[in-house]
Design a protein around this ligand. Structure first.
Ligand code: B12
Ligand code: SF4
Ligand code: SF4
Length: 304
């Protein structure tokens, strides 16, 4: 399909399925919750809109869902503190969400020419969609992988009135090496990846814990040495053989002065100063809610 080739020429991947599958995606996730394999808080509070897909009001008769993958590096950001310079990492996908959506929308519109179709951003469980559309494969770490950039890519999806002659819907599939490899299982610091079950225990994932607002302290069972990113966690990605070409792929973004670091560690955020800091943090895909907890945890490690 020309629009898929157009995305590929621009370094991205895409696939298309019939819009009828939106319901199935929701059903599959719901049945996991019914079986007790997704924590109530995660299902009901954290990610409900992704798990209960509905065709958008602006396109109740959508014909297809187009899912796209855009490569993204890690962000490396610098904090000056007590006369020293510290570099901390933010994993791919936290930042530039809107930019990615706009870029994909533009590339799709260009690829559709001379025709023109409507595109409405879709709130869906996009990993499951990407794998069931043949765009990606699941890793045992439950992250999805595409050629070249491994798991270092952002997924996004759009409903469209494009009536695709092909429906790429299929069974889900894992990476070929996951059968024998245990690298991510061994590297996971919280036991979220399990030996005898493919689906991870998301409620144990460090990312789930450090994305919560800073008022939520880390549980006692979390070892202080496990923190590795300003938000999220990269342990299971960086050890994966399919990520070996991207494991050191960074973009340097943002320097926080001594004063700014002190402000973030102080934890009292109000008024114009807080608004300005939010703007600066937005560029690297985070916000004030995770401060001071996550930064304290990383700096404490450096002092050990
Ligand atoms: C909720 C959520 C979280 C939660 C829960 C994660 C989870 N695994 O459920 C938390 C906060 C923990 C989280 C963490 C992360 N997330 Co997140 N998250 C989401 C969100 C909103 C929904 C994910 C979801 O559908 N979960 C429900 C579970 C049940 O679905 P699933 O993980 O796909 O589970 C499938 C597998 O277990 C598989 N399966 C089960 N058994 C078997 C057996 C076989 C043989 C096979 C093949 C498959 C299989 O089937 C299940 C579905 O039926 C999406 C955004 C979106 N729009 O979808 C981002 C998203 C998935 N997250 C993303 C990322 C990058 C991450 C992190 C890597 C961030 C980081 N570096 O710290 C971590 C990775 C944690 C991990 N190992 O999964 C990206 C993934 C991009 C990619 N390359 O795949 C997404 C898509 C955001 C984005 N727009 O890019 N996340
Ligand atoms: S580290 Fe090994 S088991 Fe884990 S996702 Fe990668 S190949 Fe699969
Ligand atoms: S992101 Fe970290 S805590 Fe979560 S599954 Fe991967 S290694 Fe484990």
């Amino acid at each position: 399909m020309r629009f898929i080739q157009h995305l590929e020429k621009n370094g991205c991947y895409a696939s298309v399925v019939s819009a009828e599958h939106a319901v199935e995606l929701g059903e599959e996730i719901r049945s996991l919750h019914d079986e007790g394999r997704i924590d109530d808080a995660l299902y009901n509070d954290y990610a409900k809109p992704y798990f209960t897909p509905q065709l958008p009001r602006s396109m109740p008769k959508a014909k297809s869902i187009i899912v796209a993958s855009v490569p993204q590096p890690m962000i490396r950001t610098t904090f000056l503190w007590n006369g020293r310079e510290y570099q901390f990492v933010i994993p791919p996908t936290y930042y530039d969400g809107n930019k990615v959506d706009q870029r994909i929308k533009r590339l799709l519109s260009e690829g559709f020419k001379p025709r023109s179709y409507r595109l409405v951003r879709a709130t869906l469980p996009v990993k499951l969609l990407a794998v069931r559309s043949g765009l990606a494969l699941y890793g045992r770490n439950n992250i999805t992988y595409v050629p070249k950039h491994g798991s270092f890519h952002r997924l996004t999806a759009f409903y469209s009135d494009y009536d695709s002659p092909i429906d790429n819907w299929r069974e889900k599939k894992a990476l070929p090496l996951c059968d024998k490899c245990k690298a991510c299982l061994k590297a996971c610091p919280t036991g979220a990846i399990m030996k005898d079950r493919f689906q991870i225990r998301a409620d144990r994932c460090l990312t789930y814990l450090n994305e919560k607002t800073s008022g939520h302290e880390f549980p006692k069972w979390i070892d202080a040495s496990v923190h590795n990113s300003l938000v999220g966690c990269l342990r299971c990605q960086r050890v994966c053989p399919y990520d070996k070409d991207v494991a050191d792929w960074y973009e340097d973004r943002g320097v926080f002065t001594e004063k700014e670091t002190e402000y973030l560690l102080n934890g009292k955020f109000r008024g114009v100063k807080a608004a300005n800091m939010e703007m600066k943090l937005k560029r690297i895909g985070i916000d004030l809610t995770i401060f001071p907890r996550n930064l304290e945890a990383l700096l404490a490690q450096k002092r050990r």
